[in-house]
Design a protein around this ligand. Structure first.
Ligand SMILES: *Cc1c(COP(=O)(O)O)cnc(C)c1O
Length: 338
């Protein structure tokens, strides 16, 4: 495979900018396991403040952040409800079951990506000894780049409250959702007990996620983070990248969304491509499987990286994708069909 020059595979591929590296290099640090790292403490306080929650915890990855949330809400033999395609159910190597002894209750998605409220309600189990005990509902927003309505999240929060369940948001790309909706992140996450945010995706940090939420849950998560080997030492170097990202890389997500739209419009000109209009920075394109295989490999040869499989392509815009990258990629797609 040729070197990738236009990388649309994921927003995780962003590299720290010169400014971010400078902030990392000059970060004041201490031993975070002792609670001594001033930069980590600053990031955690800043995130808790922005989201309107009690506390926050810097962790190595979004996967660990979700796992810590599940393990804080649920004990051995408890159950969480999540979408069939939710990251915390499908894409985290079964960590909740393996490491938390927590049973997932997956629910089918409707065409718009939400779970039917009646399906959620029907899956909640009472005290019968046959059942695992339902403790938590986990939502994800954005979901595959799609923004799920705030009304939907509020309705699910109502169900959680009526049944005395916890509510977790996998908000890996919550800032993208807020940008698309024009809402404040604090309002967006108001009804959740815990929220996981990725610093290493559209925000452009090299490493890190933050779990934010109620004090008792974050205290438990801190203990479990140590148990899982995620207690880091001079992690202020990473927190500095996160603080820099919050300062410089949130408002600019609008550019990624604009470029995703441009990309979608350009791709939609080709009859063979069925393009879903993007809400944020992810463009989904359906086509015949044979076309997809040839197009993906052609683009690969030409230095364009995308995720393609089984007749579906995913194009992701991010900090390191320019207008020029979009133009050149569209030009190559043009050439392929010509
Ligand atoms: C990327 C992602 C995660 C996991 O983050 P990692 O840092 O890759 O472990 C969790 N949830 C969603 C929705 C994601 O997109």
């Amino acid at each position: 495979m040729n070197a990738i020059r236009h990388d649309f595979r994921s927003d995780t591929v962003t590299k720290p900018s010169a400014g971010m590296r400078a902030a990392m290099a000059s970060a004041e640090v201490g031993d975070d396991v002792f609670g001594d790292d001033p930069t980590v403490n600053r990031l955690e306080q800043r995130m808790a403040g922005m989201l309107g929650k009690d506390a926050a915890l810097l962790v190595p990855s979004g996967t660990m952040s979700n796992l810590l949330a599940l393990m804080s809400h649920c004990g051995r033999g408890d159950e969480f409800i999540a979408g069939q395609d939710a990251h915390c159910y499908k894409y985290e190597a079964g960590g909740a079951a393996v490491l938390g002894s927590i049973q997932p209750q997956p629910i089918a998605h409707q065409a718009d990506g939400t779970m039917a409220l009646s399906d959620i309600e029907a899956a909640i189990k009472g005290g019968d000894v046959h059942f695992a005990t339902t403790r938590l509902i986990a939502l994800e927003n954005t979901f595959g780049g799609r923004v799920l309505p705030v009304d939907y999240m509020m309705a699910v929060a109502g169900i959680a409250e009526r049944h005395g369940l916890g509510l977790h948001l996998d908000g890996a790309r919550a800032f993208n959702a807020c940008m698309a909706l024009g809402v404040d992140i604090g309002d967006f996450v108001a009804s959740f007990d815990t929220v996981s945010i990725c610093l290493s995706k559209g925000l452009g940090a090299p490493v890190g996620s933050v779990l934010v939420g109620r004090q008792d849950l974050i205290d438990t998560a801190r203990r479990h983070r140590k148990m899982l080997g995620g207690g880091l030492r001079q992690s202020g170097i990473l927190a500095a990248a996160g603080l820099y990202a919050l300062e410089h890389n949130v408002a600019r997500l609008a550019e990624d969304h604009r470029r995703a739209k441009a990309l979608a419009e350009g791709l939609a000109r080709h009859e063979a491509l069925r393009v879903t209009q993007p809400h944020t920075n992810i463009v989904w394109v359906d086509m015949d499987e044979a076309v997809e295989e040839r197009l993906t490999s052609f683009l690969e040869q030409q230095g364009v990286g995308i995720s393609g499989r089984y007749g579906k392509q995913r194009w992701v815009t991010h900090l390191d994708v320019t207008d020029g990258d979009v133009e050149q990629a569209l030009g190559l797609v043009e050439r392929f069909f010509a």
